[in-house]
Design a protein around this ligand. Structure first.
Ligand code: ADP
Ligand code: MG
Length: 370
């Protein structure tokens, strides 16, 4: 099912003495979620992810704008008639019911012509349980399950109705690191197998990057960028996006462009060496972001940093260094283990890979292409 948001806005009224202004949780969202895709709604806490999800589900009504499921305008349609499946961070299972009864619950509530026979309901519950691989747990109660198993039951319960749209709000946040990784792969598999259009909310960029067909990156209720994960990483539209994606994070330097060349730091004069050729960019102050994989070790390289240490991470090495123009307390550059770095040297020098360097206007923080 294709989902379309059209100029969707949600404002919450001012409340209490402290909170004077109204909050625009979702500001003028227009985008389309293609049929059968998994979309990651990503952004820091409070940026409006849950509000967006709740608008799509029908749990809350927009201040203005429209929502379409396929050709149908569902903006005024109550949640229970939208054919959605919802999964939240806290599994919200009924503690006194068994796993089987929990999964059956949404089907048993159906009325009239939608009501299924007992056998049909059992069959659907078995299928949903098999999909999330909890078939052998059907007679346990939630208290007898691990967190990961409980979340699988919650997913099975959302899937048993064969929803047109599956909405997941930070579904992995209560799981430990290993289980989080495993469960996100499971969700991706289930989504592919069922082809259900899915919206996955998370504040974790790595999670969104790994699972999504498209990422919608938000900040303060405003969409920053919508694209394939790799594209957002390779081509961030502004400094916020560049900083939000990637581990280790992007290294940001205060710099300036003069005569088509990029310099780090504000000092002008003979001593300053250009770190990169950026012909076509007019003279101005910039922020320059360099991805950790954008540094090339080079003895006579133009960017020399004070070496603070090496972190060996198995597959590669992280060189930790410092530079006066760096905004991050330390610079992290990832280099291959085959490279030789003298750990006792006072300085380490680099050349920069142009496609791993992004320039941003110092005032607007918008990307400057070169
Ligand atoms: P996220 O899920 O990205 O953390 P939310 O969608 O929950 O963010 O919240 C977005 C903004 O809207 C926040 O500033 C939050 O305080 C505000 N907000 C959310 N729900 C309500 C509400 N029911 N009443 C007033 N403000 C709300
Ligand atoms: Mg939320």
């Amino acid at each position: 099912m294709r989902v379309v948001l059209q100029n969707l806005t949600k404002k919450f009224p001012a409340r209490g003495r402290k909170n004077r202004g109204e909050v625009t949780a979702v500001s003028d969202f227009t985008f389309e979620i293609p049929d059968g895709k998994l979309i990651g709604l990503l952004g820091p806490s409070g940026c409006g992810k849950s509000t967006t999800l709740n608008l799509i589900s029908g749990l809350i009504k927009p201040t203005s704008g429209k929502i379409f499921f396929g050709e149908d305008d569902v903006t005024e349609l109550p949640a229970e008639h939208r054919g959605i499946g919802l999964v939240f961070q806290n599994y919200a299972l009924y503690p006194h019911l068994t796993v089987r009864q929990n999964i059956l619950f949404p089907l048993q509530n159906r009325k009239g012509k939608d009501r299924l026979s007992k056998e049909e309901m059992e069959k659907k519950a078995e299928e949903a349980a098999a999909l999330v691989q909890i078939g052998e747990l059907m007679d346990r109660r939630p208290s007898e399950l691990s967190g990961g198993q409980q979340q699988r039951v919650a997913i099975a319960r959302a899937l048993v109705k064969m929803p047109k749209v599956l909405l997941l709000d930070e579904p992995l946040s209560n799981l430990d690191a290993r289980l989080r990784l495993q469960t996100r792969e499971e969700i991706r598999r289930i989504q592919r197998e069922t082809g259900i259009t899915t919206i996955f909310v998370t504040h974790d960029q790595e999670e969104a990057m790994s699972i999504s067909d498209r990422i919608v990156l938000m900040k303060d209720g405003v969409i920053q960028q919508i694209d394939r994960p790799q594209e957002v990483y390779d081509n961030p539209v502004n400094l916020f996006v560049a900083k939000f994606l990637g581990t280790p994070p992007i290294n940001v330097f205060e710099g300036r462009v003069e005569g088509g060349k990029l310099y780090f730091g504000m000092k002008t004069g003979e001593a300053a060496r250009a770190v990169l050729d950026v012909s076509g960019v007019s003279d101005r102050k910039v922020f320059a972001g360099v991805r950790p994989e954008g540094f090339l070790l080079q003895e006579d390289g133009p960017l020399c940093c004070a070496l603070s240490g090496l972190e060996v991470m198995g597959r590669d090495i992280s060189v930790v260094s410092m530079h006066a123009a760096s905004q991050n307390p330390v610079i992290r550059s990832i280099i291959s283990t085959e490279s030789r770095v003298d750990a006792d040297a006072p300085f380490v020098c680099f050349a920069l890979k142009p496609n791993k360097v992004f320039l941003f206007d110092r005032e607007t923080e918008e990307r400057i292409l070169f």
